[in-house]
Design a protein around this ligand. Structure first.
Ligand SMILES: Nc1ncnc2c1ncn2[C@@H]1O[C@H](COP(=O)(O)OP(=O)(O)OP(=O)(O)O)[C@@H](O)[C@H]1O
Length: 477
C-alpha cells in the first residue's frame, strides 16, 4: 500500500490535503470544510444549487444524478446530503434507508417537487433534518439549512474536544501533585474507587483537595461521559436543599413557577458529590437515607418515583463518626454513605510535597501571566516547608501567587512570602527559639503594629518602657 500526502493548491480560503492510497488520491478536508452531496437528476437544477452553494468557500459540493452514485460515494463521508426524492433509479424512501443503514448520523435534507404536507411529515418522522420544496426560494432555503447544520456540527465537535480535554485534565496522577507516602496512599484508594461503584467518603481539612479527588474518581471511571454534579450543603439555604436534591413540580410551593429537575436526577448515570455532608440537618438526613436506599426520588409536589443510577461521593472536614456520637449525624446514614473512606492528609504532613506544589503553582503563574521563569530561594523554601498551612493547598497557592507578584527579578526571596493565616500560633511555636528570642519577637511585632510607639507598646505588653529602649539600644530588635 502506497501512502503519500500532498498539499493541494490553495483553494479559496483553506488548504486541502490529499492522501494517495491504493492508486487513488483521497481528499482529507479540514474540519472547517463541509462536504455536501447534492443528489439531483435534473442536471440544470442540480448545477444551479451546486453553483450557489459553492459561493461559500467552506462548502465542498459534489453533484450526483443517481441514487446509485450517491451510495457508491458514501465512503467520502459527506457531512450533509441534499436528496431529490424523484430519482430515476431508486425511490426517495429506499435511498434514504440505504444511506441511514450506512451512516445514520449524516444530516439529510430532502428537496422535493411534492408540496403535500403528509409526504414532508413522513420524511421528517423518518429522521431527515429538513424538507424543502422546489421553487424559486429553494437555493436560499437550502443555504440557510446547511448553515444551521454547520453550526450544529461545530458545536458537536467543540463538545467532543472539551470532553477529550477534560479527560486529559483529570488524568489524576498528573493533576494531583504529590509524592509523599500520604498522597501515594490516596492514589491507591482512588484507583480502587475508579474500578468499582462503591460510595466514597473523603475527609480532610479545608483546602486539602477533596473536590479534586472526587472529580479525579469520576473522570477516570466508566461514568466519565455522564455528569459530575457537586452540591455544597453549607452553601445552600436549608429551606432549598430538599428541592435542590430531589427537584420539584410546577406549583409545588410558592415561587415554584416551573418544574425543576433535582441534582440526583441530573447526575443520573454519573456522580453526585455531596460536599460538607455534616452540615445536612437531621430531617434531611432521613430523607436522604430513604432516597439512597430506594435509589429513587419523588420530586416535591410530585407523585411519581423516578429511578436514578448515580454514584455517591461525600466529603467533610469534620470527623463524621464523632458527629454520630454527638447525635448530629444519623448512624444509619453514616453506614450507608461511608463506603470507601479516603483521608486527605493536611499539607503540613506531606513533607516535600509543599515544594512540589509550590513549583507547580509557580509554573501555572508563569504560564498564565507569560512572565519569565521564577525560582524559589533556599531560605524561602525552608520557610514554606516549616509553615503549617492551615488553609492547606488553597493557602499555599495564594501565598505563591502573591510571592510571584511581589518578587523582583526571577527569584522568590524570604521577604516575598506573606502569610495571612488565621491560625498561626503553632507555626510561631514550631520554630526552635529561646524564650528571650520569643520575647524580642513579640516586642518587635507590637512595635510594628503601634508604629514604633514605645509607650503604647509597653502599655500593651505590660512591661517597662526602659525594657523596650534597652532592647532597641542593644540592637537585638
Ligand atoms: N494534590 C493537589 N495538586 C494540585 N492542586 C491541588 C491538590 N490538592 C488540591 N489542589 C488545589 O487546591 C485547591 C483546593 O482544592 P479543593 O477545592 O479540592 O479542596 P477541598 O478540600 O475540597 O476544600 P474545601 O474543604 O474548602 O471545600 C484547588 O485549587 C485545587 O485545585
Amino acid at each position: 500500500m502506497k501512502f503519500i500526502i500532498k498539499k493541494n493548491k490553495k483553494k479559496t480560503s483553506c488548504i486541502i490535503f490529499s492522501v494517495y492510497l491504493n492508486n487513488n488520491f483521497i481528499q482529507i478536508k479540514p474540519m472547517s470544510i463541509l462536504k455536501i452531496f447534492i443528489v439531483e437528476d435534473d442536471l440544470f437544477f442540480g448545477e444551479t444549487l451546486k453553483y450557489h452553494l459553492k459561493l461559500n468557500p467552506d462548502f465542498d459540493v459534489n453533484l450526483f444524478q443517481t441514487g446509485k452514485q450517491c451510495i457508491s460515494n458514501l465512503y467520502q463521508k459527506p457531512d450533509v446530503i441534499c436528496l431529490d426524492i424523484g430519482l430515476p433509479d431508486i425511490t426517495g424512501d429506499i435511498l434514504l434507508k440505504q444511506i441511514q443503514e450506512t451512516n445514520d448520523k449524516i444530516p439529510i435534507i430532502i428537496i422535493s417537487g411534492q408540496e403535500e404536507i403528509e409526504v414532508a411529515v413522513n420524511f421528517l418522522k423518518s429522521g431527515v433534518l429538513d424538507y424543502i420544496v422546489k421553487n424559486s426560494h429553494t437555493k436560499d432555503l437550502l443555504w440557510n439549512s446547511i448553515i444551521k447544520i454547520k453550526e450544529n456540527l461545530k458545536l458537536v465537535q467543540e463538545v467532543e474536544e472539551l470532553k477529550e480535554k477534560l479527560e486529559q485534565k483529570f488524568s489524576f496522577e498528573k493533576i494531583i501533585i504529590g509524592q509523599s507516602d500520604g498522597i501515594k496512599g490516596v492514589f491507591n484508594k482512588i484507583n480502587k474507587a475508579i474500578n468499582t461503584n462503591i460510595n466514597v467518603s473523603i475527609s480532610g481539612e479545608t483546602g486539602t483537595g477533596k473536590e479534586v479527588v472526587a472529580k479525579a474518581i469520576h473522570y477516570n471511571s466508566d461514568r466519565k461521559n455522564k455528569p459530575f454534579i457537586a452540591v455544597n450543603m453549607a452553601a445552600i439555604p436549608k429551606y432549598l436543599i430538599e428541592s435542590e436534591f430531589f427537584g420539584h413540580e410546577k406549583g409545588a410551593f410558592t415561587g415554584a413557577t416551573e418544574r425543576s429537575i433535582g441534582k440526583f436526577e441530573q447526575a443520573d448515570g454519573g456522580t453526585i458529590f455531596l460536599d460538607e455532608i455534616a452540615e445536612l440537618d437531621l430531617n434531611l438526613q432521613s430523607k436522604l437515607l430513604r432516597v439512597l436506599q430506594e435509589r429513587e426520588v419523588v420530586r416535591l409536589g410530585g407523585t411519581n418515583a423516578i429511578k436514578f443510577n448515580t454514584r455517591l461521593i461525600i466529603a467533610t472536614h469534620k470527623d463524621l463518626s464523632q458527629e454520630v456520637k454527638k447525635g448530629n449525624f444519623r448512624e444509619d446514614l453514616f453506614y450507608r454513605i461511608i463506603g470507601l473512606p479516603i483521608v486527605l492528609p493536611p499539607l503540613r504532613d506531606r513533607g516535600n510535597d509543599t515544594l512540589l506544589l509550590a513549583k507547580h503553582f509557580i509554573d501555572l503563574f508563569v504560564k498564565d501571566n507569560k512572565t519569565k521563569p521564577i525560582v524559589i530561594s533556599k531560605d524561602a523554601k525552608q520557610k514554606l516547608i516549616k509553615y503549617p498551612f492551615y488553609g492547606n493547598i488553597r493557602e499555599l497557592k495564594s501565598v505563591i501567587d502573591l510571592a510571584c507578584v511581589m518578587c523582583e527579578g526571577n527569584e522568590i526571596l524570604l521577604d516575598d512570602l506573606t502569610f495571612i493565616s488565621i491560625n498561626n500560633t503553632d507555626f510561631f511555636l514550631s520554630e526552635e527559639k529561646t524564650l528571650k528570642e520569643y520575647t524580642n519577637e513579640i516586642v518587635l511585632h507590637y512595635l510594628k503594629i503601634n508604629n514604633n510607639d514605645v509607650v503604647k507598646t509597653a502599655k500593651k505588653l505590660d512591661i517597662g518602657k526602659s525594657t523596650i529602649y534597652n532592647l532597641i539600644q542593644s540592637k537585638v530588635i
